[in-house]
Design a protein around this ligand. Structure first.
Ligand SMILES: C[S@@+](CC[C@H](N)C(=O)[O-])C[C@H]1O[C@@H](n2cnc3c(N)ncnc32)[C@H](O)[C@@H]1O
Length: 271
């Protein structure tokens, strides 16, 4: 602990807060995240005009709204358009040989929306040509990122990965006080059902998905939680559906219900 901090933050307080976050979100936080917790939560103390972490913890424990702000503050939301592009190339292949009228896709842990929008940008031209109806669900635990995802406004550099035609087709360039930003066209935003969903608790959903993207999310959970969520994905995925995980994630060999079909891509093993 550094002595020059604006607020005293003991290891015990850090531990209390990470346990609260873990119980609710499943996010496992190691000791080395102490400074990260301090930096993110000191902002909340300033916003609430609190002088110390003792009062902050009491507030988090008693006030539902602040608990939500706390969870939003501790989630890590790094994402980008066209992140791990080999997944989109594979998805285009799937769509090219698709023979059903609808494709159902879930982006689980969608953060600020770049993942579900990247999916649409890649598949829509083929889907339109083949008259395939796209249904897309995008979920996250963090309510702040979901608001940003719905708004669909990003700095222009965020869409550097796209050529000029793609930019014109799917994004609108900001003018005046929106100079330097772009907005995803409403036809795309309107195609996505954005919802808050906590992956660590069983969810209720009627539909099955042809593709589930859950990239760079499971890394935050402990093994038993990961395996539990993977089982629930298996139940939610169509028999020939594909699960996409992040670059540093894989399904443990001990879980024999999945087979690898490409880099961080899996299908259910047929019985
Ligand atoms: C690093 S981002 C990944 C974003 C995107 N999938 C990608 O790969 O670019 C991880 C996201 O998982 C979300 N998350 C963390 N714990 C969660 C939980 N228990 N339920 C749902 N989402 C969660 C975070 O809020 C965050 O937005």
């Amino acid at each position: 602990m550094k002595a020059d901090k604006e607020f005293d933050f003991s290891f015990k307080q850090f531990d209390r807060l990470r346990r609260l976050a873990h119980d609710y979100s499943g996010i496992h936080v190691t000791d080395d995240k102490y400074e990260m917790y301090y930096a993110r939560l000191a902002k909340r103390l300033r916003a609430l005009k609190l002088n110390n972490f003792t009062d902050y913890i009491t507030r988090v424990e008693k006030d539902k709204d602040e608990f939500r702000e706390f969870i939003n503050a501790i989630t890590t939301n790094v994402t980008a358009f066209e992140r791990e592009p080999h997944h989109f190339a594979h998805l285009k292949q799937i769509i090219s040989s698709w023979s059903k009228p609808t494709i159902n896709i879930w982006s689980a842990g969608c953060s600020t929306g770049q993942e579900p929008y990247s999916i649409l940008v890649n598949i829509l031209p083929i889907c339109r040509q083949k008259r395939i109806n796209v249904k897309m669900l995008a979920t996250d635990l963090d309510t702040d990122v979901l608001m940003k995802a719905k708004a669909g406004i990003y700095p222009l550099e965020a869409i550097d990965a796209y050529d000029i035609d793609t930019k014109r087709k799917f994004f609108k360039r900001g003018k005046g006080n929106k100079e330097g930003f772009c907005r995803v066209k409403p036809e795309l935003t309107g195609m996505i059902d954005f919802k808050q969903l906590n992956l660590i608790y069983p969810w209720k959903m009627d539909q099955t998905f042809d593709c589930i993207f859950c990239r760079n999310v499971l890394i935050y959970f402990e093994m038993d939680k990961k395996l539990e969520i993977l089982d629930r994905y298996a139940a939610q995925l169509a028999h020939d559906g594909t699960l996409f995980l992040g670059h540093s994630e894989s399904i443990p060999r001990s879980d024999t219900s999945w087979q690898t079909i490409g880099k961080n891509m899996y299908q259910k093993r047929s019985l």
